[in-house]
Write a protein of this length. Structure first.
Length: 94
């Protein structure tokens, strides 16, 4: 199997495209669609709750995994605001 080279800019662009993909996939949904009942894996829920818990929860897990990989690689400047807010923390006060 041929291994492809990792290109950071391509990975960043692919992750950024997810936001647009989710918006496009759900653009036509009404409030009633999100509130519609759904049974998955033997549990009853609504379609909206399923999307939040399974899709968005999964995205948060992968985001955390990438963050932890970066921290393990020595990126000590990264902290909680980088992970959950997507911003650099304020500089320490002298």
């Amino acid at each position: 199997m041929k291994r492809r080279a990792f290109v950071l800019s391509a990975a960043v662009a692919a992750l950024a495209a997810h936001k647009d993909a989710y918006a496009a996939l759900l653009a036509d949904w009404t409030d009633a669609d999100f509130r519609a009942p759904l049974e998955m894996f033997g549990n009853k829920t609504t379609k909206g709750a399923f999307i939040v818990n399974m899709v968005l929860g999964g995205c948060a897990a992968y985001r955390t995994q990438l963050f932890l990989y970066l921290k393990a690689c020595g990126r000590e400047e990264l902290s909680t605001p980088n992970l959950w807010g997507g911003v650099d923390p304020p500089p320490p006060q002298a």
